[in-house]
Design a protein around this ligand. Sequence first.
Ligand code: CAA
Ligand code: NAD
Length: 282
Amino acid sequence: MTNQVAVIGAGIMGAGIAQTCAVAGLRVTMIDVAQAALERGLLSIDNSLERLVARQKLTAVQKTEALARIQATTDYAALAGAQLVIEAATENLDVKLRILRQLATLVVKDTIIATNTSSISITQLAAVVPVPERVIGMHFFNPVPVMALVELIRGLQTSDETHARALAFAQQIGKTPISVRNSPGFAVNRILCPMINEAIFALQEGLATAEDIDNGMKLGCGHPIGPLALADLVGLDTLLAVLEVLYEGFNDPKYRPAPLLKEMVAAGYLGRKSGRGFYVHS
Ligand code: CAA
Ligand code: NAD
């Protein structure tokens, strides 16, 4: 059983993973480079737990206990003792390589190093760690407290034991794992992100309004939210990073990111996290 984890990154995903682990009874160290990001992360965890209390899925006492299990810090040394480290920082190869090199000097024997990357090669990330057999992709979905899936991605070096331990951990915190071979975007994002990209091309071409495109996919295909609203939920910078990995990784023009997406990221319109994306968010 895992009882102590460290999560690197306190953004949309890091906060969601930390919350889910804490609610499952684990002690969590959440690390970010920015104190402001830690504060935002803790606030979003508080809000999300409050929502669960309001819907009677959690008691007020369970909320307080879960929050008390989370330690938020900018000090990487605080991750010593974690049986599992989950890297959930910005979707950028250089950022992740730097973090993984740093982790290698801090973790103890047997610690599993998981990355929540949405698209980047697990094999490439594992190659900078002295114990690559202990590195695995553990891809959660947004919002983490709600979405049941975890994609487990084995790099070329990932050992059977690491895979088995990651699988047991996913089940321990109430998630349903699927196992996927290492490949750009893995399974779900390879299918999902081109669909969202196509919706952005449609908007760019003036095919319909954002609202009508989203309503089309909600009412016509039963999606819980439309693709443009989903882009805002994910973060347009993250979506663009995933599409670029798919485009370069497969060297196939069908993954070309929509110019409107690039333009919006350049403008700082990143979706919910910046207050503006395809929609305006309060
Ligand atoms: N924390 C806790 N609970 C939350 C929550 C959060 N952050 N967000 C939503 N919920 C809960 C609500 O409390 C509510 O609970 P009940 O069913 O008990 O009422 C339930 O989820 C539904 O929420 P809402 O009624 O507020 O809103 P909704 O019906 O629109 O659902 C949603 C919100 C679950 C996000 C839904 O819109 C949805 O499923 N959207 C699609 C999400 C999706 O596709 N995620 C994958 C993104 S891609 C990805 O993650 C991979 C990547 O690498 C980019
Ligand atoms: P985000 O932009 O919300 O947060 C990223 C956080 O990482 C920021 O708080 C930033 O300060 C922090 N960070 C940057 N460099 C760091 C470092 N060296 N050490 C510690 N923290 C650092 O991003 P996000 O949406 O939470 O995405 C995080 C990861 O999860 C990415 O790899 C992304 O692809 C993946 N992911 C995202 C989603 C999604 O829907 N947003 C879904 C699944 C997976």
